[in-house]
Design a binder for this molecule. Structure first.
Ligand SMILES: *[C@@H]1O[C@H](CO)[C@@H](O)[C@H](O)[C@H]1NC(C)=O
Ligand SMILES: *[C@@H]1O[C@H](CO)[C@@H](O)[C@H](O)[C@H]1NC(C)=O
Ligand SMILES: *[C@@H]1O[C@H](CO)[C@@H](O)[C@H](O)[C@H]1NC(C)=O
Length: 376
């Protein structure tokens, strides 16, 4: 009897502890603030980061680690004066060469008519080997004759992630000034053009977007909406990773049928990467010790860009629910409806804070430029 009571007591104690720690986690997230240029500290001394005593984000832990002091300083500088960044061309070229040893970007960019045959069974990068997709005549007819980026070289590229940090950033004009603009997951631009720009040269399109935003093209209205969205892309590249997840199979067929029906009516260039993630993963794991269950689309786009561009600037890469300058709550995506709560669903498969830290270190080393502040 005594034992039962003591066990019960222990269980209740643990539950209480868990609730308490959850409450403190939530309040900590709210209290967190970096004192940036907008909030010079009262003493008038050198501007410094102040981390709330209990702040426990993975990022802050690493930044607080003395080994990351230089990174911390760089983040501070970035927020105060993003023009202080200088490009280290030789360091960038070194990285770009290294990536090219793992991934043949021009060829891995898309399957082509001659690289597959009708009836060929494709597997999926992130699904069990038992799942297959048979390449049909229709899909093959949509493949390009040659990779659209073969022998292409762009002077300046922007890779635009979808973080809520872009909301109110007014970076649109700056983003539009790059020679080539990469975007992720068919993110909307028109309504947000002041913050994210209007130009798109490539956007990724996970087939599941059809399900999520276009009701599987079940009605005439859905089909019209989708057609108009594609029309706005003009001659940009629609990069469709159809062979990453087996769950894409059904929507991929819907997508293929749609494109076959509208052949000749759209200028958008389709690109269909094959099973390329093994090469991409191998680079990030071997050279940068980064091996999440899944790399983000953003870092994948940076990987491609590194082989196609003379220099690469990143916008909208910030996987946290608060603004680094103001501490204000941020939505997860810049296009999330007002009031949408920051989600940490990505934690299941991605390691966005580790990716961010790595990319930010590259920023500090002058390899790429990562913009976090407002553009003026
Ligand atoms: C540029 O990067 C290289 C390493 O690739 C380094 O040796 C060099 O010192 C850097 N240059 C500057 C100006 O920081
Ligand atoms: C990707 O490139 C590698 C070489 O880096 C090549 O061996 C492989 O066949 C390519 N795969 C695809 C699907 O493009
Ligand atoms: C990028 O897209 C814009 C229009 O959005 C176009 O004017 C420009 O020529 C494209 N650049 C390249 C390199 O394709």
């Amino acid at each position: 009897m005594v034992r039962v009571v003591s066990v019960l007591g222990l269980v209740m104690f643990s539950v209480a502890l868990l609730i308490l720690s959850l409450i403190s986690y939530v309040s900590i997230k709210k209290d967190f603030i970096f004192t940036g240029p907008r909030y010079p500290n009262a003493a008038g001394g050198p501007r410094m980061y102040m981390f709330h005593a209990g702040f426990r984000s993975q990022l802050a832990m690493k930044f607080l680690d003395p080994a990351f002091t230089s990174l911390n300083t760089a983040l501070n500088e970035n927020l105060q004066d993003s023009s202080s960044w200088t490009f280290n061309r030789s360091a960038y070229e070194e990285l770009s060469k290294e990536i090219a040893q793992y991934i043949d970007v021009p060829h891995n960019f898309t399957l082509t008519k001659s690289s597959v045959r009708v009836g060929q069974l494709m597997h999926y990068d992130y699904s069990s080997h038992k799942y297959v997709f048979s390449i049909g005549e229709n899909l093959r007819s949509l493949l390009p004759d040659a990779s659209p980026v073969l022998n292409k070289r762009f002077n300046s590229c922007a890779v635009v992630g979808n973080s809520g940090i872009l909301t109110g950033s007014r970076c649109g004009a700056q983003i539009d000034s790059y020679d080539f603009v990469f975007r992720c997951n068919f993110a909307p631009t028109e309504v947000f053009r002041r913050d994210v720009g209007r130009r798109t040269n490539l956007t990724t399109f996970n087939p599941s977007i059809l399900e999520k935003y276009y009701n599987n093209l079940l009605t005439i209205q859905d089909r019209n909406n989708f057609f108009l969205s594609l029309k706005k892309l003009d001659g940009a590249i629609l990069w469709i990773p159809a062979f990453f997840f087996h769950t894409s199979a059904t929507v991929t067929r819907t997508l293929v049928d749609f494109f076959v029906e509208h052949k000749g009516q759209l200028k958008v260039q389709l690109a269909w990467p094959g099973n390329i993630m093994q090469y991409v993963n191998r680079y990030w794991k071997a050279k940068q010790q980064l091996s999440p269950k899944r790399l983000s689309t953003g870092i994948l786009m940076f990987t491609l860009a590194s082989s196609l561009c003379e220099r690469v600037h990143l916008y909208g890469f910030w996987p946290f629910g608060w603004h680094p300058q103001t501490g204000a709550d941020l939505p997860y995506h810049y296009y999330d409806r007002k009031g949408t709560k920051f989600t940490t669903k990505w934690q299941e498969s991605h390691q966005l804070p580790s990716e961010f830290r790595l990319l930010f270190k590259m920023h500090a080393d002058g390899i790429l430029k990562l913009s976090l502040s407002h553009c003026t």
